[in-house]
Design a protein around this ligand. Structure first.
Ligand code: GLN
Length: 477
């Protein structure tokens, strides 16, 4: 087995036992990135020199006889919408191309305290808007499983980096599926934590009532290890909370697993349905009770999400005005005599098509006369969607669904029709609207491409999600 295929625990044992050094491990990953990333294009920036220094510090500590943390010396990658002090942070946008962060995001800071090694920043859809990473202003990331296909999005770079063994784990953000869907497309594991479980301080806000940071890795155990480090209360994000002690850990045996009929719909890929149903059958064989349930407001989730999210986007992105951060227009003419012209031109030149579309949709649904009809109505239906989950979790311990109705699609397949791209989010957005946690894990193949199983838990049910996820991994082996 290659070093790059090992788990966090296995690598930790090798490092702590001085079988390998952290510098050697970093070099191994750097060499592999140099060999493969010309094709995959997972990274926007490489931080190799700093990574080697970080690794050297871990080696020094080991040499001094210090005990090291589980993540110490473990090479990782960070989505480019999370700030890392003194390095470029673009969120995949031209408007932030020259922007250098002045502090670390909380999640990054936590990993730094553990002495993880940062290999670089990963590609993403501009400001995390998209499901294929094709909306990046800089490059197209390829799916390592099949390079003719997209890696999913918006955290496509992070997913592709882990899937191609260019990092042991990576961080992503999930506003409507951006961790789970790329994890599913690339055949790896991704966790969208409970809203509030991980601080968003230093995450470039997309839609603040939906955004969450979470990990990608090859296994459920690795994802859980990283989550344990990044979770928790941070005074700089008032929505973050002390993670509550969870009720006793549940196992598959005797577990009530809900299967919502609204997540097995017409038009889904047959191979996806089959792979997910097979893994549900495996759960049943392991002693789980499979219970058909209904989440009746699921059918409104896409419509609700594509009103609330752009409303918040339009407000959050107002700060990119050509004055305070990043790019400013060089094209002012004599007729441009006021500040509005700077805003206007900088934003027209600096923001991409999809971002502009959402800013316009957002300002529209918030405008006087339309607010009640769109934004307020959407918030009311959002409550109904949340109530669906509240009700379901009085009956079941967790919910099993497909992560995405299809496997990874080919480049360009959905770029001409934004609506078809939005529909790809049908099984992931209800989770963000309700704020519950969900795990996506590989559960088989459809025509040779990875299918993701989505396990949805009640608020702060991450431990059970991960423990059950590990059992399913075993059962599917
Ligand atoms: N694909 C969804 C969108 O385009 C989700 C994005 C995300 O989770 N950041 O909005």
């Amino acid at each position: 087995m290659e070093l790059r295929d090992l788990s966090i625990q296995e690598l930790h044992e090798k490092l702590a036992g001085k079988k390998i050094s952290a510098v050697e491990l970093a070099q191994e990953f750097i060499a592999h990135i140099k060999k493969t990333d010309g094709e995959i294009c997972a990274y926007l920036d490489y931080h190799f020199d700093v990574a080697l220094t970080e690794a050297k510090e871990v080696d020094d500590r080991i040499a001094q006889g210090d005990r090291i943390a589980l993540l110490a010396g473990i090479p990782c990658a960070i989505k480019d919408n999370m700030l890392m002090k003194d390095t470029r942070t673009t969120a995949g946008s031209k408007i932030l191309a020259p922007y250098v962060a002045s502090y670390d995001a909380y999640a990054v800071e936590r990993l730094r305290q553990e002495r993880a090694v940062f290999l670089g920043k990963t590609n993403m859809d501009e400001f995390a808007m998209g499901s294929s990473t094709e909306n990046s202003a800089f490059q197209k990331t390829k799916n390592p499983v099949d390079t003719m296909r997209v890696p999913g999005g918006s955290s496509g770079g992070s997913a592709a980096a882990v899937a191609s063994r260019q990092a042991v784990f990576a961080l992503g953000s999930d506003t409507g599926g951006s961790i789970r869907q790329p994890a599913s497309f690339c055949g790896i594991v991704g966790l969208k934590p409970t809203y509030g479980a991980v601080s968003r301080s230093g995450l470039m806000a997309m839609a603040s009532s939906l955004d969450q940071i979470g990990p990608f890795a090859k296994s459920v155990q690795d994802v859980e290890t990283v989550f344990e480090v990044i979770k928790g209360k941070d005074p700089k994000d008032m929505t973050s909370v002390h993670f509550p002690q969870e009720a006793p850990l549940k196992k598959l045996k005797g577990l009530n697993v809900g299967v919502p009929k609204e997540y097995f719909i017409e038009g889904m890929e047959k191979g996806v349905t089959e792979a997910v149903k097979k893994s549900i059958a495996a759960m049943e064989r392991a002693g789980a009770h499979i219970i058909p349930i209904s989440l009746p407001h699921t059918k409104y989730a896409i419509a609700v999400y594509y009103i609330i999210m752009p409303a918040e986007v339009s407000s959050n992105l107002a700060r990119y005005d050509g004055i305070r951060f990043g790019y400013s227009t060089h094209h002012l003419t004599d007729g441009d005599t006021d500040l509005a012209a700077v805003y206007d031109r900088s934003r027209s030149e600096g923001l991409g098509k999809e971002v502009k579309r959402r800013v316009m949709l957002g300002t529209y649904v918030l405008s006087a006369g339309y607010y009640d009809a769109y934004y307020k109505k959407a918030q009311q239906v959002r409550t109904k969607i949340t109530e669906d989950f509240t009700r379901a979790f009085t009956q079941v311990d967790l919910i099993a669904t497909p992560t995405s109705p299809t496997v990874a699609f080919t480049f360009g397949a959905k770029t001409k029709d934004p609506l078809s791209m939005y529909l790809a989010d049908v099984f992931t957005v209800p989770v963000n609207l309700a704020g519950v946690p969900a795990l996506s894990m590989p559960c088989g193949l459809s025509e040779g491409l990875p299918v993701g199983l989505q396990l949805i838990g009640p608020w702060f049910g991450e431990r059970t999600l991960c423990s059950v996820g590990k059992e399913i991994e075993e059962a599917l082996k």
